[in-house]
Design a protein around this ligand. Structure first.
Ligand code: HEC
Ligand code: HEC
Length: 322
């Protein structure tokens, strides 16, 4: 009996030493892996995955019909880009109840030239009685992740989203089904899904703070493009109107030359340099003789980058106030 007690004590002491040892060294030993358990029961059936177009979201897909695909194929993304810039000027709508508040109908006013809404270049754009609040959606990514029918419905405002049935100058997305034909809406879908630029390929944008009081800084404008080719492209395509140093057109007659825009507004350059702009009726009506329409240009994305780098030189492309 006594020996067993002693042995138990000894064992206990030994166990203490061992456990202390493992605590100090952290050395635990695992036993061998046990046998595999039986297979679990079958999971529930997956959700409808028939997303005809991009195949990315397999959830409750809105089906794309053959007619949708045909309309998308026939659509024109450049017209879409010009509609995105200024719906009312592109369709030459003359109803002053709308045209007097055109910023509330321009996609770019709420979504930005970069399609990034309040997280992008609009981060510092404070809304006013004459300028809407920026949308809180990355429209570039949203368009990539939704099929053409979903994008069409969202633009047409078919989707049951909060919409303005009457004319309104608030920041809710207007009901474009009241203004645009289906063909024009398909042009916008084409622009959003295929034509629109990923602006990261043209410059870097750093934002600080929160909408609408944040700040933005552009860097690496033109992403290392070739300014010599930029000048060749510029002379061949732009100089006849803007002048060889960009000072022929005082943009909007507001004291801005192309040189200012290359350095301060690359987000707008990436759009207008290639897709131009519809007739600038507001500034023509305001008596600006430099205002007008800019035709779309037949240039590549690399040409735009090259011109962006060219335009960083303030001697070759002076600013309005130098
Ligand atoms: C006055 C502001 C405003 C204008 C102008 C505007 N939008 Fe929007 N748009 C919004 C807001 C806000 C949202 C997101 C919230 C919502 O569902 O209403 C949105 C959402 C969208 C969506 C769907 C994304 C989502 O999250 O559901 C698409 C697509 C879209 N807009 C395209 C356009 C196009 C194309 C134009 C121009 C023809 C345009 N928008 C003009 C404010 C605007
Ligand atoms: C046929 C004449 C013409 C050609 C060619 C042309 N532009 Fe323009 N551009 C204009 C006019 C007109 C405006 C509008 C000015 C206004 O309304 O104040 C304009 C506006 C712009 C704007 C927008 C200014 C703003 O803030 O809205 C940019 C950027 C621009 N042009 C860049 C270019 C570039 C880059 C090229 C060459 C690839 C080019 N343009 C070729 C006539 C032209």
């Amino acid at each position: 009996m006594k020996t067993t007690l002693k042995l138990t004590k000894l064992l206990l002491a030994l166990m203490l030493v061992i456990s202390a040892g493992t605590m100090y060294t952290g050395c635990t030993k695992e036993g061998p892996t046990g046998p595999q358990g039986p297979a679990g029961p079958q999971g529930p059936a997956g959700q409808d995955g028939q997303d005809g177009q991009d195949g990315k979201d397999g959830k409750d897909a809105t089906l794309v019909s053959a007619a949708d695909s045909a309309a998308f194929t026939a659509a024109d993304g450049v017209t879409g880009a010009r509609l995105y810039d200024h719906v009312l000027n592109e369709i030459e709508l003359n109803d002053t109840a709308l045209t007097n508040h055109s910023d509330f109908y321009r996609c770019k006013s709420c979504h930005g030239w970069d399609l990034l809404g309040r997280s992008g270049v609009l981060i510092d754009k404070v809304p006013t009685a004459s300028y809407p609040a920026a949308a809180d959606v990355n429209l570039y990514r949203w368009a990539q992740e939704h099929n053409i029918r979903e994008v069409f419905d969202a633009v047409k405002n078919n989707s049951g989203r909060n919409k303005s049935l009457t004319i309104s100058y608030n920041s809710t997305m207007p009901n474009f089904g009241n203004l645009l034909t289906d063909t024009q809406i398909w042009d916008l879908v084409k622009f959003l899904k295929e034509t629109a630029h990923n602006v990261n390929e043209f410059y870097d944008l750093t934002t600080i703070g929160m909408y609408p009081t944040g700040t933005k800084i552009f860097s690496d404008i033109g992403k290392g493009g070739d300014p010599v080719n930029g000048k060749t492209v510029y002379d061949a395509n732009c100089a006849s109107c803007h002048g060889s140093d960009g000072t022929n057109i005082n943009i909007y007659c507001k004291g801005e030359y192309l040189g200012d825009m290359f350095r301060d507004d690359p987000h707008e350059i990436q759009h207008k340099a290639v897709w131009g702009m519809p007739n600038d009726r507001e500034h023509i009506d305001a008596g600006c003789s430099d205002a007008g329409m800019m035709p779309a240009q037949n240039i590549t994305d690399q040409d735009i980058r090259d011109m962006m780098v060219m335009g960083q030189d303030p001697v070759a492309f002076p600013g309005f106030s130098k």
